[in-house]
Design a protein around this ligand. Structure first.
Ligand code: NAD
Length: 498
């Protein structure tokens, strides 16, 4: 099988249009979580490399040509070329992403990489939407707003959708005329550096797009603390998000935070059960549960509880746990040992709390999987929303099924969480679907669907799932600031001063 041997790719930092070593000369490796083999080598940056990247991005922004509104069509053209550059190499990029992250190749090939390309195309199309508004005043004056780029944006990205989440940030930021420094997760930096190569090839000007690799907290905190960075766009854990907000307050940087979740996925009595089961499987086990929007709390109506649970577990049993490069794999490897231990600990806590373990719960170690971090897709039923497995983000293949009697109770359980990122509703009753959608305290609600992100629609968190929005026109607002311009039309000005 071809996934058993691969070359070790070599990367360096990308600063001011050049690939270069870290000033320290240090390097680090990424290993495939699925088999422990080394897949790529990277420059281990530090504060000095961050300073160089910020200086390059600052200069490219302040010099003004890139950020000028006159250049919006040119920026859009470059975004289209980046999209094409990604599409030209979907297979290679998907393979790299899978090797770095342990996620199934079927997901990176069919979803992640294509969507990343789509994201660049979508924002290219919005070049002509980047306007302000005219303000009506009750006096003889004209007032209007301009939307201007913010400046140097730093994008700090997690391991679970490396290229896709980078695209969510970079595409709107560049379209709006900002310059960008990406800090990818230390576990999955390859595709950010491939994106840098593509940016260089299609002619993105020097200093506009930069990548600094290295470890958290050192490298990303240097970006968050740097006075010449104007905005931080972060996706990652809620704990890190809080730390970023604290650090960013010292220079009062603008921040967008896309954080954790504990998605409620409500299956009502009259749901199309086959669809609800399909969607709930995707919600709970996509990317082996390492998904911020994962539907990990499956709330099921009393009347259909037994049937749903039976059929769901039967389908879970068919999901193949396997090497991430195997096309039949549906549950790949967790990212690293710490995450693996954390998930196993949650499974123990679920058992101790009295939840009924109906499927899975074990490490998978057979044959070639022995050096990876594989956990069986795991299903707990009869879960109480007070249990840790229902309250905390596990970030692994663990679904908790919770029973409810009436709509009101489902809403109450769904909203009883410190998170508020996304959730689902399964019902054939449109009035019920809309009624419940309105009452869920979530940034995204799907009715008869799950995990479906659209470039055109805003995405982000209520409560401790974050602040600000990605995607849609809303994201453009996050990467621009508003200038108000007032034009006096009176010839004789009233003055207080003679
Ligand atoms: P993480 O918070 O550990 O790391 C994310 C990034 O932050 C990495 O690049 C890391 O180097 C950097 N970082 C580490 N310490 C930092 C610090 N002190 N200051 C600034 N940056 C720092 O998250 P992770 O483990 O890579 O990703 C998993 C988490 O991401 C989950 O909680 C998940 O819910 C969340 N997530 C959210 C979304 C969303 O859109 N809301 C999407 C994907 C993942």
């Amino acid at each position: 099988v071809n996934w058993l041997s691969y070359e070790i790719r070599q990367y360096s930092l990308y600063i001011n249009g050049y690939f270069q070593n870290a000033l320290s000369g240090y390097r680090f490796y990424s290993t495939c979580p699925g088999d422990g083999k080394t897949v790529a080598e990277f420059a281990d940056g530090d504060e000095r490399d961050v300073a160089a990247a910020v200086a390059a991005a600052r200069h490219a922004f302040d010099e003004g040509e890139w950020s000028s509104h006159l250049n919006a069509p040119e920026r859009a053209n470059l975004l289209r070329k980046i999209a094409q550059g990604i599409r030209n190499q979907v297979d290679e990029l998907a393979r790299m992403e899978t090797l770095d992250s342990g996620k199934p190749i079927v997901e990176t090939s069919v979803i992640d990489i294509h969507l990343a390309a789509d994201c660049f195309d979508y924002y290219a199309d919005l070049a002509h939407v980047l306007g302000g508004r005219q303000v009506a005043l009750p006096q003889n004056a004209i007032d209007f707003t301009l939307r201007e780029p913010i400046g140097v944006v730093s994008a700090i990205v997690p391991f679970n959708f490396p290229l896709l989440l980078t695209a969510f940030k970079v595409a709107p930021a560049l379209l709006a005329g900002n310059t960008v420094i990406v800090k990818p997760s230390e576990y999955t930096p390859s595709t950010a550096l491939e994106l840098a190569r593509i940016c260089g090839e299609v002619g993105v000007p020097k200093g506009v797009f930069n990548v600094v690799t290295g470890f958290g907290p050192k490298v990303p905190e240097a970006l968050v603390n740097h006075p010449d960075v104007d905005k931080i766009s972060f996706t990652g854990s809620t704990a890190t998000g809080k730390r970023i907000m604290e650090n960013a307050s010292k220079t009062l940087k603008k921040v967008t935070l896309e954080l954790g979740g504990k998605g409620p996925n409500i299956v009502f009595q009259d749901a199309n059960l086959e669809q609800a089961i399909d969607g709930s499987l995707l919600g709970a086990f996509m990317n082996q549960g390492e998904v911020c929007i994962a539907g990990t709390r499956i709330l099921v109506a009393d009347e259909i509880y037994d049937e749903f649970v039976g059929r769901f577990v039967e389908r879970v049993g068919r999901l193949k746990v396997g090497h991430p490069l195997d096309w039949d794999t549906r549950v790949g490897s967790l990212i690293h040992e710490t995450q693996f231990r954390k998930v196993m600990e949650f499974i123990e806590r679920g058992k101790e709390a009295g939840a009924k373990l109906l499927y899975g719960g074990n490490r998978v170690v057979n044959g070639e999987l022995q050096n990876g971090f594989y956990i069986e897709p795991t299903v707990f039923a009869d879960v109480d929303n007070e249990m840790d497995i229902a309250r905390e983000e596990i970030f692994g293949p663990v679904a908790s099924i919770i029973r409810f009697a009436i709509e009101e109770e489902a809403i109450k359980i769904a909203n009883d969480s410190c998170y508020g990122l996304a959730g689902g509703i399964w019902t054939e009753n449109i009035k019920q679907g809309l009624r419940v959608a309105r009452r869920l305290k979530l940034g995204t609600v799907w009715i008869n669907q799950y995990n479906r992100l659209c470039m055109e629609a805003p995405f982000g968190g209520y409560k401790q799932s974050g602040m600000g929005r990605e995607l849609g026109i809303e994201a453009l607002q996050e990467y621009t600031q508003v200038k108000n311009v007032y034009i006096e039309l009176e010839d004789e000005l009233i003055t207080l001063y003679e």
